[in-house]
Design a protein. Sequence first.
Length: 456
Amino acid sequence: MINSLYARVVLTFLGAVIVSLLSGFIVQSYFYKSHIGAIVEEKMIGNAQMIIQLYKKLAPKDAKAFGEVSNSMPFYKIRFYDSAGTLLNPGSATSDQQKDQSYLQQVLKQNKIYHNGSSEDDEITVGLPFALNGSPHVLLVTTETVFLFDEIDSLIRYQQLFTLGLGSILVLIAARYMVRPLRKLTHATQRMARGDFNVGLSTKRRDEIGQLTLSFNTMADELGRLDMLRRRFVSDVSHEIQSPLTSIKGYTRVLKIKSMDEKTRMQMLDIIDEESDRLSRLCDDLLELTSLEHEHTKPAPQNFRLDEQLRKAVIRLEPQWSARNLDMQLMLEPITIVADEDKMNQVWNNLLGNCIKFTADHGKIRVESFKKSESVVVRMTDNGIGIPEEEISQIFKPFYKVDKARKRSISGNGIGLSIVKRIVDLHHGKIEVSSKLGSGTSFSITLPLEDIKPEL
């Protein structure tokens, strides 16, 4: 079993090259023999005509001598016959006189050039008639082709061996070029498996491997981003949990080892109680966010009066905004929508809580709702501290706080707006934020009026 892709590619290419060369050898041998046989016959006829012309010009005595000398010509067997079938140059005795007589009769009978390529004897014979002193004569010329075709076969084999060797080298280079990016991808994947997501691969290719490399880079960037979010999430959760635990642990130790008056003791117990509540809220928010993110909880849409729900949310938070003398303004149109009432109630509580939290004493908060086409818009506006423009896109991320120092003067764990965003998304709505630092912030929620099934 070959486990290396490089070896598989090389062997596949070599197999294809070898099969192609063998097929080419068979085809070339067949066509070369046919083509070269015709060329040899044509050359033999031309040479035979020259021999006849020379033979005619010589005196009879010289012609006889020429015929005997011609017996020693390389590659050719030359025989001169008269009309009676008598061999005029006996020194060129052929191995088959009967076959020559057959050729002779055909030439004399048809009085034209005769040629015969014999595949059985690996030879070619041509016969030419000519007249000498008014008497018909015949010249037979035979050449063996076996040596010629053997040379051609050897030449083709050497050519194919050279092609195979050169092709093998080129295949090795090409296969290495093809497999190299895959090896880089394998190495990068192994690094990712060890938690290193900074493994971007450069490529100039536009083929499938180039597309795979680009897709891998996109995946690595996304996984790196998710890993960074995970690390930050763990860090934020640890920080949010550690802060109240530190307070609880510190005050508990003080209560254990120090004697104090009742007032001081109650103050410390109140702080412990507040920090416990803070931990409880954090756990509840984390469970809620996890449930929404993983879609464990299915929204339960029902008809209810949105304006009444908003009015109840304002009344429920009255102790907080009235204690700071905030001017709460309501501009609510009577609107009935279909949504998950409990989850939308959580949205209004979180948004109103944020408005109250970040608005200075004696500030103003306006809550309004109105229909817009097939949707309803709820807008909550305050004249609080505002949000820097460059941070508006970040506020819906879990644990994100504009207050980078995480001061205890403003409570909260940075999860509320993440929950709001997810609930609005589940209802196929959208949330928009406009803010100016030092002037206030406005949250606009747009929800469909019709009974649209929430995202599951």
